[in-house]
Write a protein that binds this ligand. Structure first.
Ligand code: 13P
Ligand code: SF4
Length: 363
């Protein structure tokens, strides 16, 4: 995707503005660009001066997403991998708190900073270590795989972690015929269906008293919505030039209706592949709306339908105006504690095991 890498070389307010205009993002008006160019310029100037890494999740709004260079943008798996490869002292994480926590666990000696520590996630916020313990007691000896959308205390109780990019692969690499998956209840049912006959998936609420969680954004998509978008936007099932993309966190009946399902980067890569072969006209992505805003910029030849009432309010808390003060504080040597992710040594030690295990199976 278009990124700050080229403009970082010769950085002036004019070059920053020119770069943003040249991106031709249909969701950015000249009013937005003129209003925010000074802030973008200042952030990039300080990023360069302090050799800071700015990791940006695919759900960041376009101007925030553009602060990250190509290798700094991605899905949860890609950003975890980028986090272990950096040699910068400062990692600014433009995403939600569980993602910044993961970066900290992988880089205990670095300063990991997030623009708004209250940027949560309904999956992580509604699930605790206690729920993993209930399941482990009920199914002794069964390995536990935890979705990366969870906090360190819950991860610390589990054997392996996974993301939406590698859940099938990691599940199949675990020993035995059974696997506990937490906390996402729709993801669990989707995995159960995909691994039918290969592995039995046990999850919260299925013959047990543990409590799971769902993504408050993806649960908004109903089967009726998908069918009606297919109809109104003419994304016919049998037409390979028109694609209905769905994220793993959607309801099982929604996933079944997809032409393709995957992580945010896998969806992006499938679009790139189809565009390169010259055969993608229209697409809809049942996921957070800013993912589509960023893909509209990257793939101008594709006509995307959008559903911008579907926003993740947690991701939306990460704004340019909240990122700039972090870099100003780094520049002036001020206290960073309001942004810095802190975890105890013990938690880092225990939570790193499932994440490292996942990464060892992913690189
Ligand atoms: P990805 O890992 O696919 O980017 O998903 C993260 C997420 O929070 C989806 O809602
Ligand atoms: Fe969490 Fe859903 Fe937001 Fe992703 S979109 S961060 S799963 S609440």
């Amino acid at each position: 995707m278009e990124s700050s890498s080229s403009i970082l070389k010769e950085l002036t307010l004019e070059s920053v503005k020119a770069d943003i205009y040249s991106r031709n993002n249909p969701t950015l008006t000249p009013i937005d660009i003129e209003f925010y160019a000074t802030t973008v310029h200042r952030i990039l100037e300080l990023k360069k001066k302090h050799n800071a890494v700015i990791l940006g999740h695919n759900y960041m709004e376009p101007l925030v997403f553009g602060l990250s260079e190509q290798g700094e943008q991605g899905d949860s798996l890609g950003l975890s991998m980028s986090a272990v490869q950096t040699d910068s002292e400062f990692i600014i994480f433009n995403g939600v708190r569980f993602m910044a926590e993961t970066a900290k666990i992988l880089n205990p000696n670095k300063r990991v900073l997030i623009a708004d520590k209250t940027a949560g996630c309904s999956l992580a916020d509604d699930f605790r270590a206690e729920d993993v313990r209930i399941l482990k007691e009920q199914y002794p000896g069964v390995p536990v795989m935890i979705y990366i959308n969870s906090y360190a205390d819950a991860k610390a109780e589990c054997d392996v972690c996974c993301t939406s990019a590698n859940a099938e692969q990691i599940a199949m690499s675990m020993p035995g015929d059974e696997l506990i998956f937490v906390p996402d209840l729709y993801f669990a049912q989707n995995l159960e269906k995909v691994l039918e006959d290969k592995k039995k998936i046990l999850y919260p609420g299925k013959n047990n008293s543990a409590k799971g969680a769902v993504c408050e954004v993806h649960e908004k998509f109903s089967l009726e919505d998908i069918i009606s978008i297919r109809k109104s936007f003419k994304i016919n099932k049998e037409d390979p030039n028109r694609m209905m993309y769905v994220h793993w966190e959607c309801k099982p009946e929604v996933l079944q209706e997809a032409d393709y399902y995957g992580s945010t980067t896998q969806i992006r890569n499938d679009i790139a592949h189809r565009v390169a072969s010259g055969n993608l006209e229209k697409a809809f992505i049942a996921s957070e709306c800013e993912l589509t805003s960023n893909l509209m910029e990257e793939f101008p030849s594709v006509e995307f339908a959008t559903a911008c009432s579907v926003r993740c309010n947690h991701m939306a808390k990460i704004s340019l105006n909240k990122i700039q003060p972090i870099l100003e504080a780094i520049d002036s040597g001020d206290d960073l504690s309001q942004w810095e992710v802190k975890l105890s040594e013990e938690t880092i030690k225990r939570a790193s095991n499932p994440i490292e295990r996942m990464l060892s199976l992913s690189f």
